[in-house]
Design a protein around this ligand. Sequence first.
Ligand code: ADP
Ligand code: MG
Length: 256
Amino acid sequence: MSSDDPSPTVTAPGEAAMASARDGNGAALIRLTDLTKIYRVGAERVHALRGITLDIQTNEYVAIMGASGSGKSTLMNILGCLDILTAGSYHLRGADVSKLSQSKLARIRGQQIGFVFQSFELLPRTTALKNVQLPLAYTHARHRRKRAWAALERVNLLDRAHHHPNQLSGGQKQRVAIARALAQEPDIILADEPTGNLDSVTGAEIMDVFDSLHAEGQTIIIVTHEEHIAARCKRVIKLHDGLVALDQPTGNGERP
Ligand code: ADP
Ligand code: MG
């Protein structure tokens, strides 16, 4: 559009929804500005992220893709406050994460971030229910049980609550892991290749769970290698060599 275009300024569809998805203080849920991560290995420096700038709003459903080594896990670890950035900035709900103390970061991890991993990371000799209660160590016992049961219900696994991980299928284990993430009522779920150890039918079932959580308002960010998994999300961000190579809607659920 040229600057002398006479058409009146109109709000693009979706813009109002984007604005209302922002927090009351006007900040994006996640704002990355020129985010850089350099690992030092002996005398060597590995540039894992070279300057990532993007916003993610509440209730977005994002797939992060890219070749092995492109920086996906590094990005997830920083988003999840598991690792610190080298340069640039990360604002979470308007707060500059790089300025927070270790104990504040741990609190954010505990209260705002739910992690789901490729290899489930469940405690083996512990029931599904107890696994889901683990992140709630500091919650009152009565609320702990209630929240754990509610989380198992959301992933449709009430009938497996007293099973141990070795009595569960891969898909059921991942549903326990999702319930564990949900139990803390996180602002964001970060899932690093959550379907990577599952066959395609089971992977699709796990995506059904994420779809319904997204429909309930949950913010979800999923790393995946698989196009058909990414296509289930609403937005795809592709990394290449530590930079954003592509960032666009997937077209899923959009009206023609
Ligand atoms: P992806 O998840 O996309 O496969 P990663 O984020 O794991 O990529 O890695 C990005 C780059 O950073 C790679 O070159 C990798 O070797 C390097 N890297 C990742 N973690 C570390 C680490 N802890 N120490 C040193 N280099 C690392
Ligand atoms: Mg990775």
